[in-house]
Ligand binder design. Structure first.
Ligand SMILES: NC(=O)c1ccc[n+]([C@@H]2O[C@H](COP(=O)([O-])OP(=O)(O)OC[C@H]3O[C@@H](n4cnc5c(N)ncnc54)[C@H](O)[C@@H]3O)[C@@H](O)[C@H]2O)c1
Length: 319
């Protein structure tokens, strides 16, 4: 199947005021996309993340992608050819409103697939999550690892993936899946209870509060710098068959204790670290296989310390 080229195409990024989506919007402009349109309800994202993109011609629409008719009218009004689906409500939110976290992932996918089936746009590049795998039953986790979601967020992501696979099988749509592992980098939300471990630790240190570790701290994640993810997505875009999924990771397994220690060291913090009880449903280990990605594209991952320095520089400017 001939894939719609990014250069010259009109691209819609759902959730594009968020962390990954805003970097993607920047890159799509740099790749020569015809028009880059972002829809985001600002549940978590921020227009500030789009400062550069807006200066360079991107269009921002503050709206809810789940409301029937919203995506259809944007796709029609801007002649959208490609949709990059980044919209989601953060994993931690599923501990606050489990059903809404689940439904957002499912609703947006259902709307997009029905619009694609009706030929309203050509290509769907969906952002899944390593969370669909749950705690590893074997390591490293490749794309054939069973889906075993342990949160409703992850269940919604898994349901969306399965929905996409079925529509590709049934209707021959040009839809495929990028499945990133844990990202970090500038623009990742640092406010409130939805923030991840790196931004939360940075925020607490800047605010003069001790960093926290939930559980033993031996739980591990495979962290990848956000710009490496975006680079991989752009390279993989033309390489995946419809219905294919690919892990995007740096193979940089690191425990939460080490992450917190690195942030403390970079920020010159030597005080106490508060231990909190483990969160239920916290995935214990996320060790990715990125063999498939590496078989398709060349990658040169940013070393964790280098990416962390860039990230903390950004937080210092923001907080
Ligand atoms: N950040 C990571 O570590 C990571 C890891 C794996 C997968 N992913 C996936 O990558 C994608 C982007 O993640 P992110 O880290 O940028 O998250 P993010 O929360 O920063 O961005 C998601 C954006 O979606 C928006 N949104 C939520 N509900 C919406 C709705 N109904 N209508 C319109 N916009 C809505 C939010 O306001 C937010 O700006 C997600 O699909 C996520 O599952 C992220």
């Amino acid at each position: 199947m001939e894939r719609t080229a990014i250069k010259g195409a009109n691209a819609l990024v759902t959730g594009g005021a968020g962390f990954i989506g805003s970097h993607l919007a920047d890159r799509l402009i740099a790749e020569g996309a015809g028009r880059v349109v972002v829809v985001d309800n600002l549940f978590l994202g921020s227009v500030d993340n789009l400062t550069d993109a807006l200066k360079r011609g991107a269009v921002f629409i503050e709206d809810d992608a789940e409301v029937p008719g919203t995506l259809e009218s944007i796709i029609k009004d801007y002649g959208i050819n490609i949709v990059f689906n980044c919209a989601t409500k953060a994993l931690n939110y599923s501990f606050i409103d489990p059903l809404d976290a689940y439904m957002t992932n499912v609703n947006i996918m259902a709307i997009l697939l029905e619009l694609q089936r009706a030929e309203k746009f050509k290509t769907l590049c969906h952002f899944s999550s390593s969370e669909v795998y749950g705690t590893a039953v074997y390591e490293p986790m490749d794309e054939r690892h069973p889906m075993n979601p342990t949160t409703t967020y992850a269940a919604g992501k898994a349901a969306a993936d399965i929905m996409l696979f079925s529509y590709v099988q049934q209707y021959g749509l040009d839809a495929f899946i990028m499945r990133p592992f844990n990202n970090y980098g500038p623009r990742q939300n640092f406010k409130g209870p939805l923030a991840g471990v790196i931004p939360t630790t940075a925020r607490r240190i800047i605010a003069g509060e001790p960093p926290e570790i939930y559980g033993t701290g031996t739980q591990s994640r495979d962290f990848i710098y956000v710009l490496d993810t975006i680079g991989a997505v752009i390279k993989l875009y033309g390489k995946l068959e419809p219905g294919e999924a690919v892990n995007i990771s740096a193979n940089d397994q690191i425990s939460i204790s080490e992450v917190v220690a690195c942030v403390c060291e970079e920020m010159g913090y030597t005080g106490e670290i508060v231990r909190r009880e483990a969160r239920t449903a916290d995935v214990y280990c996320h060790n990715a296989s990125n063999e498939k990605m590496k078989s398709l594209i060349d990658v040169s991952p940013t070393p964790f310390r280098d990416g962390l320095k860039e990230t903390l520089l950004w937080y210092r400017g923001q907080i």
